[in-house]
Design a protein around this ligand. Structure first.
Ligand code: FAD
Length: 540
């Protein structure tokens, strides 16, 4: 175990989607000694690795931070549950495994906002480098990378019908949402391999486990970055309650995620001066953007009672079926447990005048009565869900320390529904989802709409339903955003503005949320960060 003032070249705090990629790539050549600190434990929980086990780790405090937002004023003062992985692999060890990069135009927009080197043509090589695509390589996809990307292991009757219905409603078929075109309907690919979850711990750390120069330390919570003469020189951390320090000869890379990264910077005196002063933390750099610009997708779920007993609800509600499913998975790696839950869907525009899709539809072959920090409870009858996700909300929120205690959760505020567009777009999404369910392909499978229900028809009724049920789609970004000026935290090389030898590399640096799921983009950021760090080291 660590001794005080151990010395490394690089220290990475947080072994999540981005952090595992950063640490593995920095240690690859054998030239640098790298320490990877992770607050959570090892990924030994078997449910992590079973794709459908997603629901078992959704609210398990042994592997999950289980944050809760502050009450949201425009959502009837509801708090929103925020699961985040607290385990090797971070949130890639508990997420829904959908492999989605977003729209190429999202990254071009990052460059237009002053982030040179982050347009799609520039980031595509890092998506490809990370990838081991089951379908083989082409101009959009790579093979031989650490991250397995697979097709769904089986076709699903309801998913087939949903895709057909979306096409009947006017969307084009789409066989590859990460290829030439995003709009359309089809099956989603997943970050699984051999019907196992392919977290970044599996992808990046497992192949590197015999590297003597990569020290992976679970159960180690970074509490402060040591800063001397405006340069990061090390990290203070707690291991089992015991304070320790590790020194970094070259750099510290903060990869604690959208909540953990701004929290660690603020604890280290880098953040909004007034906030820090109020908490008795010495301000090293007054940087108001730390913890600002929180952005997330905003979604609402439509739930349907199904006319046929072909959904996952029947499985979830029957012990003998669950036992059979587990036996099938263990023996043959097949059956319902082998698939991740969001298996198909669509991308569309809430307004035909938009250039890019601003809506994503996620289909799951099950429906639930509740899903929050107590877990997910499926309906006691056959059901399926269709989520309408608004991909470009105007709303921006904050992540701020509530206490100087490094183990206390931060205050998370989304400020959803800040603008009329956010309400209009989600209302359009709900109407479109409902249109899908009324098409000839899907209508015979719909016994009744449970949520929002047949009484919701006018704009005012949709608005009230959204306020009552809509939530964060668990893709928060932006709290250490990248940009060219003082309202950003890091520059385009991910260096913290005003502090030397310190970078942030994870979803927190995204200037705006991409229009798709955020695991692959976070891994891309980890890959690109490592490449920039190594190239800067060579140039020094
Ligand atoms: C339930 C759920 C389902 C999702 N489904 C999908 C999906 O299907 N597809 C998709 O693309 N995206 C999905 N996402 C989102 C995606 O997984 C995340 O955006 C992505 O993993 C974020 O990566 P990251 O590196 O920024 O942070 P994380 O992966 O969260 O990594 C941060 C790591 O830092 C550690 N840490 C934090 N603070 C400290 C500290 N002080 N000291 C030491 N360690 C620390 C954390 O424990 C964690 O391991 C989902 C998210 C959730 C919550």
């Amino acid at each position: 175990m660590a001794t005080d003032d151990e010395c490394f070249d690089y220290i990475v705090t947080g072994a999540g989607s981005a952090g595992c990629a950063v640490a593995a790539r920095l240690s690859e050549s054998g030239r640098y000694r790298v320490l990877l600190l992770e607050a959570g434990g090892r990924d030994t929980n078997p449910w992590i690795h079973i794709p459908m086990g997603f629901y078992k780790v959704y609210a398990d405090p042994r592997v999950n931070w289980m944050f809760e937002s502050e009450p949201e004023a425009r959502l009837d003062n509801r708090t929103l549950y925020q699961p985040r992985g607290k385990v090797l692999g971070g949130t890639s060890s508990i997420n829904g495994m959908v492999y989605m990069r977003g729209n190429a135009g999202d990254y071009d927009e990052w460059r237009q906002r002053g982030c040179d080197g982050w347009d799609y043509d520039s980031v595509l090589p890092y998506f490809r480098k990370a990838e081991d695509q089951q379908r083989g390589a082409n101009e959009f996809h790579g093979v031989g990378g650490p991250l397995r990307v697979s097709d769904q292991p089986r076709r699903d009757e309801l998913a087939d019908r949903l895709v057909e219905a979306a096409i009947q409603a006017g969307l084009p078929p789409n066989h590859d949402f990460n290829g030439a075109r995003q709009e359309g309907a089809g099956y989603f690919q997943s970050t699984t391999g051999h019907s196992r979850r392919w977290s970044t711990a599996t992808a990046y750390l497992r192949p590197a486990r015999n590297r003597a120069n990569l020290v992976v330390r679970p159960n180690c919570h970074a509490t402060r970055i040591v800063i001397e003469n405006s340069r990061a020189t090390g990290v203070n951390y707690l291991h089992g309650g015991t304070p320790r320090t590790a020194r970094a000869r070259a750099e510290v890379i903060v990869s604690g995620g959208v909540y953990g990264s701004p929290q660690l910077l603020q604890l280290s005196g880098i953040g909004p001066g007034e906030l820090l002063q109020g908490l008795g933390i010495e301000t090293i750099l007054d940087l108001p953007a730390v913890g600002k610009h929180l952005q997330d997708h905003f979604f609402v779920r439509l739930a349907y009672r199904c006319t046929k007993p072909i959904t996952m609800n029947e499985l979830a509600n029957s012990l003998p079926r669950r036992v059979m499913a587990m036996a099938r998975y263990v023996l043959f790696r097949s059956g319902p447990l082998a698939a991740n839950s969001v298996i198909a869907g669509a991308f569309a525009r809430s307004d035909p005048r938009l250039e890019r899709p601003d809506l994503q539809f996620n289909f799951t072959p099950w429906s639930y009565a509740t899903r929050d920090h107590t877990g997910a409870v499926p309906h006691p009858f056959p059901g399926f869900s269709l989520s309408a996700v608004h991909l470009r909300p105007d709303a921006r929120g904050t992540v701020h320390l509530k206490s100087p205690d490094p183990l206390a959760p931060p205050a998370i505020r989304f400020n959803f529904l800040e603008t009329p567009y956010d309400l209009q777009a989600l209302t359009a999404g709900m109407r479109l989802a409902r249109t899908f369910t009324r098409q000839p392909a899907l209508a015979p499978y719909v016994a009744e709409e449970i949520v929002p229900g047949p009484d919701i028809n006018t704009d005012a009724e949709f608005a009230a339903s959204i306020r009552r049920t809509a939530s964060s789609n668990l893709h928060p970004v932006g709290t250490c955003r990248m940009g060219p000026n003082g309202d950003a935290v890091v520059d385009a090389r991910l260096r913290v503005q005003g502090i030397g030898r310190l970078r942030v590399a994870d979803a927190a640096i995204m200037p705006t949320v991409p229009a798709g799921n955020t695991n692959a983009p976070s891994i891309m950021i980890g890959e690109k960060a490592a490449a920039m760090i190594l190239s800067d080291a060579r140039a020094a």
